[in-house]
Design a protein. Structure first.
Length: 105
C-alpha cells in the first residue's frame, strides 16, 4: 500500500478514485511520562517518552486508514493529512487522525 501526502504519485497514473478513508487513534499518556516530561520542561530537552507515544498514535492512525483503503480495493492513499489534538481535562490524551483518498493505480 502506497501512502502519500501528495495528490499524485510520481511515475504512476491514478486509474480510479475510491473515496475518503480515515484512521483515528486516541492514546493516553500515563502519569510517569507526565512527571518526566514536566522535568524536561524545567531543565530543557526533548521528551522521548511523549515522542514515542505520539509516533505510536500516528502509526496506528495510518495503519487503520490503510486497512480501510485496502478493504475498498485500493492500492494507494493520496492527499494524506495528519491532525493532532490533546483531549481530556488535563490534556492527558492525544488524538491523531489521518485522512486521505483511496485510489487504484
Amino acid at each position: 500500500m502506497l501512502l502519500s501526502t501528495t495528490h499524485t504519485l510520481e511515475n504512476q497514473s491514478i486509474t480510479e478514485y475510491l473515496g475518503i478513508v480515515t484512521g483515528e487513534t486516541i492514546i493516553g499518556a500515563n502519569i510517569f511520562k507526565d512527571i518526566f516530561a514536566g522535568i524536561r520542561d524545567v531543565v530543557g530537552g526533548r521528551s522521548g517518552s511523549y515522542e514515542r507515544v505520539l509516533r505510536e498514535a500516528k502509526d496506528n492512525a495510518l495503519a487503520e486508514m490503510a486497512e480501510q483503503a485496502q478493504r475498498m480495493g485500493a492500492n494507494a492513499v493520496v492527499g494524506i493529512d495528519l491532525d493532532y489534538e490533546t483531549l481530556g481535562a488535563s490534556g492527558g490524551m492525544i488524538m491523531v487522525t489521518a485522512s486521505g483518498t483511496a485510489v487504484k493505480c
